[in-house]
Write a protein that binds this ligand. Structure first.
Ligand code: DHB
Ligand code: MG
Length: 226
């Protein structure tokens, strides 16, 4: 394959370049900074999307004219705030969090951000909550426990409107995704998820690898054809 004439990537510069882009284009405001600090102080895993990634989600929401967004995996609500801000006043993010302690942190952050009126936070196991939901949703962000990703995909397809977008986080996992014999349940969950997406005629999909402050990871991006 022909390659552009760039010097080889330097992993140590990934974070600096991420900071350059996020400071320039989509910096966290005081509310988002405070939310991330609260998440860290509350012992939540550092699994929030980055600023550049959060802005990417917001732009997809705007591109599809989203009014109804479904997020599977709230964590502390960082991406929820980014998504809610991208919606019109009558928009809603339905976001699901299995861990009640994480949900409490998220609720504080959503209130601080003033987006609580646009967010419907459901506390419970995602598979249980999803059973009770009706569509249509314009954008669905899958970012919870990876072994259940195949089940989350089935719900996402059921709940998505035609021409919706489905985004899955963490599909690269530092490159581990290509290890078919991996004993890591997260890797296998992601691989099954990707294979189901690949064979699903209702979806047109691609993947976006990302490097930056979150290391080497990436998204799967699927468009719902019908
Ligand atoms: C993991 C999960 C995430 O959602 C994330 O963004 C990063 C890592 C994990 O389970 O390892
Ligand atoms: Mg994630």
């Amino acid at each position: 394959m022909r390659k552009p004439d760039y010097p080889d990537a330097d992993p140590k510069r990934w974070s600096k370049v991420d900071s350059y882009f996020s400071d320039l284009l989509c910096a966290d405001d005081a509310t988002l900074i405070e939310s991330l600090e609260r998440n860290a102080q509350s012992g939540l895993p550092a699994h929030d999307v980055s600023a550049t990634q959060g802005q990417m989600l917001a732009i997809y929401a705007k591109m599809v004219g989203a009014k109804r967004v479904l997020e599977i995996g709230t964590l502390g609500g960082y991406s929820t705030i980014r998504l809610a801000r991208a919606l019109p006043d009558d928009g809603v993010v339905v976001t699901i969090e299995a861990n009640a302690d994480y949900a409490d942190v998220a609720r504080t952050n959503l209130n601080l951000a003033g987006v609580e009126g646009k967010v419907d936070l459901r506390v419970g196991k995602a598979l249980d909550v999803l059973q009770s939901l009706d569509g249509p949703f314009d954008l669905i962000f899958i970012d919870a426990d990876k072994p259940n990703n195949p089940h989350y995909l089935a719900h996402a397809i059921r709940l998505a409107r035609p021409r919706a977008v489905i985004i899955g986080d963490n599909v690269v996992r530092g490159g581990k995704v290509i290890d078919a014999t991996s004993e890591d349940a997260n890797v296998q969950g992601v691989r099954s998820f990707l294979e189901l997406i690949a064979e699903e005629p209702r979806l047109t999909a691609t993947s976006i690898q990302t490097v930056g402050e979150k290391g080497w990871d990436g998204f799967v991006l699927a468009f719902v054809n019908r």
